[in-house]
Design a protein around this ligand. Structure first.
Ligand SMILES: Nc1ncnc2c1ncn2[C@@H]1O[C@H](COP(=O)(O)OP(=O)(O)OP(=O)(O)O)[C@@H](O)[C@H]1O
Ligand SMILES: [Mg+2]
Length: 658
């Protein structure tokens, strides 16, 4: 999935033919599975189209500047010819030289001004393109359904948003204009060499074609290697982002060395490989070091052919040129101009090819970007081909009738394992339903399905009599307050976290916010902090305790004034005092709402209107605490095994214990 499994199967990196994901089977080998769409030039043009007009001005300036400045050597040639023209007196000769050199300098300065303007145009246009692209890309990522995030790691997505788009920026701002500018320079120079001496130019052109033909396979291979390099770097980044995000787990398991090794496997530790020809010993054939080794060798070969061939060609042509001067076919001035043009051709081709390599490299990155831009989330259900999108329901009121009818569900990432196997349950408005059951029985899954994080495989989920698939997803989620099993806060202030669920335009008073916090039992500790509600909670809320995080999350849900509250009680043990405080928060939160709570504590379970007992992906019984204690063996076992007995447990439970 994604790029973490791609491009690592080619055993021999020296062979840069990029076909090789050969190990995977069937549909898994498709580009979509690799997280790439086929890159196409027309798509790249679509990205830069909004800057089309200004880029056109840039291109006109580029062509004008490159073409006109190529005339300079011809004018300078006239100055050379004038200075050795002994039919004129010295003053006349110098006055001609002054004239030609002045014209040359004026043309050169005008060219420089045009270059400054076009350079700025391309750079600014590229900034605009990449900013637009990043926003689009981020928007597209945010729109994906939860199943997408089950398989695409955050590091991988971050690397697409960051380094892949940066590659594209470099291409628009530099590589494309530089390649085109240098190609124009080379073409104009070739034409002018024909003007000076068709014979000499013919020889030169022949040599240029040979050089280009020799270098182009290397250039193409370099493009492929650059893409592999990006992939390897992306993979390293994916793992390191994950580890850095979970530093506490890494350090508490003293897994620093393990993480370092995983990273250095992807990067390729130079200490493990010889300086020359690093052949993979341990399977990690596509580390950045190994790909980088071949990339360096191919680059060296490519540029040696282009520049070495280019300059060798220059001296060869000059040699032949002296022969023509000697014969009287061209003047010495012509030969100096010719020399300048041949130099321009060599340099132009060299620079153009460097940039073409970058364009090819970015083209590969585009495939990954397009994949994300094109990814169509399956929730809300996309319209079928040729069909109009369905108008989704936004009922005026959310009553709170919830119904699961014979729901079967498997997570898209594990399609063969039924996590819910024919689950039916019915919830009435204003009631509290507790979901209980062993770990992995599917409780959190029920909560996820109520928010339509996933679509079910069969059966139906109804919200106030409407199928969940017919209801507007934004409308639905706005009615829901959700407190996760492992609540997450953002690295913002407490206030910003509390207001996270409100639309930007909605303002609530400090009193309303504080009341929600009192209800959630978090006002006291927040206001005891020196910065109160402005206290920063650290990345993902690391600077607050587990119990505090839970209560802030409950307050965050209450502030949205949700009609349906989904509470996934944390399984992590809280001390008696925090447990009591969280319990009070829950008691306050359930008043006047429909509540579904995944409950692990007896106190929570006892208070519920109905309790749904889940076991092995099915609902085994539904009822009140007392009813279930009497009639449901599974429930009795659960209560006993999970040690949820509190001091106020019922007589039935005591009987069970005895
Ligand atoms: N995103 C996911 N992708 C694939 N499988 C998943 C995913 N989330 C959960 N599962 C699997 O689905 C099953 C039910 O998980 P679920 O989280 O609903 O259990 P639970 O009843 O909430 O358990 P717990 O009490 O431990 O929180 C488990 O076997 C779990 O491994
Ligand atoms: Mg759970």
């Amino acid at each position: 999935m994604g790029k973490n499994t791609q491009n690592v199967k080619d055993p021999e990196i020296g062979n840069v033919d990029d076909k090789g994901d050969g190990g995977a089977s069937g549909a898994e080998t498709s580009q979509a599975e690799k997280g790439e769409s086929p890159p196409s030039l027309s798509r790249v043009f679509q990205i830069i189209k909004p800057e089309g007009k200004v880029l056109l001005v840039g291109f006109i300036l580029l062509f004008a500047a490159e073409a006109t400045t190529q005339v300079i050597p011809l004018i300078v040639a006239k100055a050379y010819n004038a200075i050795i023209d002994f039919t004129m007196d010295p003053d006349e000769r110098m006055s001609d030289v002054h004239y030609y050199m002045l014209v040359s300098i004026i043309i050169f300065l005008s060219g420089s001004v045009a270059t400054f303007i076009r350079f700025s145009i391309f750079a600014v246009a590229a900034e605009r393109c990449v900013a637009r692209l990043r926003i689009q890309l981020y928007g597209s990522i945010l729109n994906q359904d939860i199943a997408f995030f089950d398989v695409h790691k955050s590091g991988e997505l971050i690397s697409r948003l960051g380094s892949d788009t940066t590659l594209l920026q470099g291409v628009v701002s530099q590589s494309i204009p530089e390649s085109l500018g240098n190609i124009v320079k080379a073409i104009v120079s070739v034409i002018l060499t024909f003007y000076i001496s068709p014979e000499l130019a013919g020889v030169s052109l022949g040599i240029i074609i040979v050089i280009v033909l020799m270098a182009s396979p290397l250039g193409i291979s370099l493009g492929k290697l650059s893409k592999l390099y990006q992939d390897a770097l992306g993979e390293a980044q994916t793992h390191s982002t994950e580890a850095i995000g979970q530093m506490r787990t890494v350090q508490s398991f003293t897994a620093e060395m393990k993480e370092k090794k995983r990273f250095s496997d992807n990067i390729g530790d130079p200490a493990m490989y010889p300086l020359w020809f690093p052949k993979s010993k341990e399977g990690k054939a596509k580390s950045t070091l190994i790909v980088g080794f071949w990339k360096s060798i191919y680059s060296a070969g490519f540029f040696s052919i282009i520049f070495g061939g280019g300059f060798g060609f220059l001296y060869g042509c000059l040699w032949y040129g002296f022969h023509l001067v000697n014969k009287g076919d061209i003047t010495l001035g012509d030969l100096t101009a010719f020399q300048a043009y041949v130099f321009n051709i060599g340099l132009g081709l060299g620079t153009a090819s460097t940039n073409v390599v970058k364009v090819i490299e970015a083209f590969g990155a585009c495939g990954r970007i397009f994949f994300l831009l094109d990814a169509i989330p399956s929730i809300p259900t996309p319209p079928k081909k040729g069909e109009e999108p369905k108008t989704l329901l936004k009922p005026g009121k959310f009553e709170g009738h919830l119904k699961f009818d014979n729901v079967k569900f498997a997570y898209p990432s594990r399609p063969n394992i039924d996590v819910l196997d024919g689950v039916s349950l019915s919830i009435s408005p204003g009631t509290t339903t507790a979901l209980v059951g062993g770990s992995g029985s599917g409780k959190s899954t029920v909560v996820a399905l109520l928010q339509r994080f996933y679509d079910i495989n069969s059966g139906s989920i109804k919200i106030d009599g409407n199928d969940i698939k017919d209801v507007d997803i934004q409308w639905l989620r706005q009615k829901i307050g959700y407190v996760q099993q492992e609540p997450q806060l953002f690295g913002l202030s407490v206030r910003d976290n509390l207001l996270y669920g409100l639309p930007d335009e909605k303002v609530i008073s400090q009193e309303v916010m504080e009341q929600a916090c009192r209800d959630a039992n978090c006002h006291d500790f927040i206001s005891s902090w020196p910065d109160g509600y402005e206290t920063l909670v650290g990345e993902r809320g690391v600077q607050v305790s587990g119990g505090q995080k839970q209560r802030i999350s409950i307050a965050r849900a209450l502030i949205t004034d949700c009609r349906l509250l989904l509470l996934d009680e944390a399984t992590s043990a809280l001390d008696a005092e925090s447990e009591h405080l969280v319990q009070e928060a829950i008691d306050n939160a359930v008043v006047g709402r429909t509540v579904v709570i995944v409950a692990h504590r007896l106190s929570t379970i006892q208070r519920a209107t109905q309790i749904v007992v889940m076991n092995k992906h099915k609902v085994v019984d539904v009822g009140t605490h007392d009813y279930l204690l009497e009639n449901c063996l599974k429930y009795r076992e659960l209560i006993k095994r999970q040690n949820m007995v509190s001091s106020g447990s019922t007589t039935a439970l005591k009987e069970l214990d005895s």
